[in-house]
Design a protein around this ligand. Structure first.
Ligand SMILES: Nc1ncnc2c1ncn2[C@@H]1O[C@H](COP(=O)(O)OP(=O)(O)OP(=O)(O)O)[C@@H](O)[C@H]1O
Ligand code: SF4
Ligand SMILES: [Mg+2]
Length: 395
């Protein structure tokens, strides 16, 4: 898969030297191709290598979850993808190639100018931040904020029409349209979060990047928001990069999941693969850190130790100080993310060239995988609840 990604990037003719290198129209089924992305924070001492060699693709309409412990580089990745990063963050390597829906030229966001990025924001690419208050202006009514975004990209839209559209958008996330006249502080935290999702969708973007959008709300509201995201995704067809430290949530929501550790993607697979057949010892530790919903209770194992300091990451495999399966050379050899039958993993256990032993005792949680499939049905449950709410009117 990884080599395929690189080949595809080459074929589009896009790269670090500029946008639309070939002038060719994009024909890719992917909306985003991230290749070899590196981001560092420049400090007085050693730089913080917050993202290193991050490579993945995002398909049209797909939800890609990104999970990892605190400090693993998730937010750094999000701000790099949206080009919203500020100093001391610096993109040191790689490309982020965006393929427009209309088949227009592919754009390398890393090399794009501020003007080109402005043209893409809201209409093609939007973001939902972890704190809704960071996204909403506290001194503007909701309607005015929506109208600003809508009219920036459609000058012909009248003020009244923009406010009417704002009310419609709020209704799609279950907020009464008359709330357009409210200020953000007059809404509950969950309403603010949903309003910021509606704002991100205002200009019908092709890609929405969400950084922990449900962290600040209770679990009931979290489920409602996720169900609305799934419903809107189905109706509007946008792709999502959804970042969270909560792997169990992604198992419900995401089509595929990337696991980050120490700024690197260490495993990438479908949600079923990540749950039923996690290959990286870190992914197994994350999965086994939350209780199964439908199986007998068991002792949670967790992950010993703490995440590394990214100013001085461990030599070799960055997970080796915490890995119960490390073997000779893990402290000196950095494993690459390599394809393993469409399921990519960066662990020497799976690298044949490294003397890997893929079957050294990493069984799926259940022999026949039935437990995993049962868990996966949760997503169907969310979809059904979303449909139910749609039929009964959004709340
Ligand atoms: N402005 C900054 N200056 C220096 N280092 C930073 C800065 N912002 C983040 N970092 C470092 O970059 C690394 C990745 O941080 P990031 O915020 O991307 O992690 P995260 O996975 O989003 O964590 P969380 O789950 O806690 O939100 C951490 O080691 C963090 O200390
Ligand atoms: S490469 Fe070695 S230390 Fe790293 S996760 Fe695999 S077995 Fe563990
Ligand atoms: Mg974060």
């Amino acid at each position: 898969m990884v080599t395929q990604i690189v080949r595809d990037a080459d074929r589009t003719g896009t790269g670090r030297t500029g946008i639309n290198l070939t002038g060719a129209r994009s024909v890719s089924g992917d909306v985003l191709e991230v290749t070899g992305l590196g981001v560092e924070y420049v400090t007085d001492g050693d730089p913080v290598r917050a993202c290193a060699e991050v490579t993945f693709t995002l398909r049209r309409g797909e939800i890609l979850g990104v999970a990892g412990e605190s400090g693993s580089g998730k937010s750094t990745l999000i701000t790099a993808l949206t080009r919203l990063q500020r100093p001391p963050a610096v993109t040191t390597a790689g490309s982020i190639v965006f393929h427009p829906r209309d088949g227009g030229p592919a754009v390398d966001l890393v090399a794009a100018s501020p003007k080109e990025l402005r043209a893409l924001r809201w209409t093609s690419l939007s973001i939902v931040l972890q704190s809704a208050m960071d996204a909403l202006n506290p001194v503007m009514r909701l309607g005015a904020q929506f109208a600003d975004a809508l009219r920036t990209h459609d000058r012909s839209l009248s003020r009244d029409a923009a406010w009417a559209r704002a009310a419609e958008l709020l209704a799609t996330v279950g907020i009464s349209g008359d709330r357009v006249r409210s200020y953000p502080h007059e809404l509950s935290g969950g309403m603010r979060q949903r309003a910021s999702i509606a704002l991100a969708l205002a200009c019908r973007p092709e890609l929405v990047v969400m950084d922990e959008p449900t962290t600040a709300v209770d679990v009931v509201m979290q489920r409602q928001i996720l169900a609305q995201v799934l419903r809107l995704r189905r109706e509007l067809g946008f792709a999502v990069v959804f970042v969270t430290h909560d792997l169990s949530l992604l198992l419900e929501l995401a089509d595929r999941i990337a696991i980050m550790y120490a700024g690197r993607v260490v495993e990438l697979g479908t949600a079923d693969e990540i749950y039923d057949d996690p290959r990286h010892p870190y992914t197994r530790g994350l999965r086994d850190s939350f209780p199964p919903l439908r199986a007998p209770l068991r002792r949670l194992t967790g992950i010993p130790g703490t995440p590394p300091d990214l100013r001085r990451p461990p030599s070799g495999c960055p997970f080796h100080p915490r890995c119960a399966l490390r073997f000779e050379g893990c402290d000196t050899h950095l494993p690459e993310l390599v394809d393993a039958g469409g399921h990519a993993v960066a662990c020497r256990l799976y690298d044949a060239a490294d003397g890997g032993m893929a079957d050294v005792g990493l069984p799926a949680r259940t022999a026949d995988g039935t437990e995993g499939r049962a868990e996966r049905r949760i997503e169907d449950g969310i979809e059904r609840r979303a449909e139910h709410r749609t039929e009964g009117g959004a709340r």
